[in-house]
Design a protein around this ligand. Structure first.
Ligand code: G3H
Ligand code: 13P
Ligand code: ZN
Length: 313
């Protein structure tokens, strides 16, 4: 199947009360693990590429890997998306390079500047049949000493979303409701809680419009433990509880971004392998179980968290 935009996927996800998984890809084994799970579970999927991934692997390789996946998985729709596009030029390069979706992330800029940059990207992307995700509000980072007011100020202000969407023409909107990037999302001893009030206020103001959640890894403790037991040091790595993501997926949230969980799975598996087989040195031998575990992790997300298994038609 040709690569598709996320338009149809989001329509069905919105109406069906589930979310599409958006998984970050950096190499062949990650692409294979994700798409094999999606093909077997008959789930639509978004494969996304960050600026860091483009620098690491070269966008041409990533595009070809995703095209190979689409050829090997003919029964599921696959969307190729730029994650956190930093500027117009990067978005343009992805549109020109055959991506079907781009994100322009000008969320750190003032409101008017965010609107202006996003609007420019939308104009160019739409002219080329490509859809655009934008962001309003900034995700919390992993800083230890975030005080309440600083934290509050990073949440999306629901009263801004209609104007932003109207004036930019973006196709989906990432909002900040307490998720954050990386493996250290919440302080140990505190109860992770997403701001569903902010989410519901945004969805009320944007009826029928797809919302996106970034920073939505759950940081499986099984893999954190595996890393720590086999030479790693990742104390206090905590993610978003899966039941809260399941809840979010039933709302206007149509796209949920997952990257750190893939990294933890791959790293834990490879660390364990080397610990148990110090004499081995063939990359195929340690990448094979890593790919298999990524596939099982993604299967679990599709079935138990996102609710998009069986939704590929
Ligand atoms: O949100 C960011 C993604 O996890 C990508 O991370 O920039 O290290 O590739 P990266
Ligand atoms: P995680 O770090 O929680 O996996 O978030 C990934 C993400 O938002 C990619 O844009
Ligand atoms: Zn993100």
């Amino acid at each position: 199947m040709e690569l598709v935009t996320s338009t149809e996927m989001f329509k069905k996800a919105y109406d069906g009360g589930y979310a599409i998984g958006a998984f970050n890809v950096n190499n062949m084994e990650i692409v294979q693990g994700i798409t094999e799970a999606c093909e077997e579970e008959h789930a639509p999927v978004i494969l996304q590429v960050s600026k860091g991934a483009r620098n690491y692997a070269n966008p041409i390789y990533l595009k070809k890997l995703v095209e190979a996946a689409a050829e090997c998985c003919p029964d599921i729709p696959i969307c190729l998306h730029l994650d956190h596009g930093p500027d117009f030029e990067t978005c343009k390069s992805c549109v020109d390079g055959g991506f079907t979706s781009v994100m322009i992330d000008a969320s750190s800029k003032p409101f008017e500047e965010n609107i202006e940059i996003t609007r420019q990207v939308v104009e160019y992307a739409h002219d080329h049949g490509v859809v655009v995700e934008a962001e309003l509000g900034t995700l919390a980072g992993i800083e230890d000493d975030v005080n309440v007011s600083a934290e509050d100020s990073s949440y999306t202000h629901p009263e801004q979303v209609e104007e932003f969407v109207d004036r930019t023409g973006c196709d989906s909107l990432a909002i900040a409701i307490g998720t954050s990037h990386g493996a250290y999302k919440f302080k140990p001893g505190t109860k992770p809680q997403l701001r569903f009030d902010v989410l519901h206020e945004c969805e009320k103001r944007l009826p029928g419009f797809p919302i996106v959640l970034h920073g939505s890894s759950s940081v499986p403790q099984e893999y954190v433990q595996m890393i720590n037991e086999h030479g790693g040091a990742m104390p206090d790595a905590i993610g978003v509880p899966e039941d809260q993501l399941r809840e979010a997926a039933k709302s206007a949230v149509c796209k949920i971004n997952i990257d750190s969980d893939l990294r933890l799975t791959m790293t834990g598996t490879i660390r364990k392998f080397f610990d148990e087989h110090p004499e081995k040195f063939d990359p195929r031998e340690y990448l094979k179980p890593a790919r298999a575990n990524i596939k099982e992790l993604v299967r679990h997300k599709l079935v138990d968290v996102l609710g998009c298994a069986g939704k590929a038609d």
